[in-house]
Design a protein around this ligand. Sequence first.
Ligand code: SF4
Ligand code: SF4
Length: 205
Amino acid sequence: MADEKNEKNEKDTAPGFMNPVAGFGVTFKAMFKKRLTEQYPEQPKTTAPRFHGRHQLNRHPDGLEKCVGCELCAWACPADAIYVEGADNTEEERYSPGERYGRVYQINYARCILCGLCIEACPTRALTMTNEFELADSSRANLIYTKEQLLAGLEEGMVDSPHSIFPGMDEQDYYRGLVTEAAPGTERQVAVSKGERPEEQGADA
Ligand code: SF4
Ligand code: SF4
């Protein structure tokens, strides 16, 4: 057995006439294979449905934020890429249905390895990942995404936070799926509180 092995090793290492050109065989075979060149960015490839791309901070169906500022995502992150500062909601300024919300939320994409551990750690499904992968930038500062950049857009029936919770509902009702859209009058309430439609303040009273 040992003799066979030695013989094989000698064959492998023995200089031969064809050895200098043998490597070109690989090149020659590759010339006839189907090309795998992707025409990016002209023809961007569609990602797999569960691809780990840019993060998103989700909202409840009435527009209030799902993030409760617990920092579990930041603690789960192996690259220390997430920074969260939570704060208390008040009745005058409410961003989420419960006691706390994420006042500051940042993800540093110069650090993030898109592993998805943060979204697994999030107890409220506030944090998920989108299929967006075009995150490159020439500035480190631009790679730090803020809460405003990460917050999901408003869908039909949503009103931007801050605003009151749906009348007659509590935080648990939001997670039970009982709130399906913003309460009637929420939009006006937000506008008035921002001073955008002061003339209607009198009309409401
Ligand atoms: S995807 Fe991974 S590396 Fe990126 S922020 Fe989440 S836990 Fe951190
Ligand atoms: S995204 Fe989720 S885990 Fe992170 S602070 Fe908000 S609620 Fe907590």
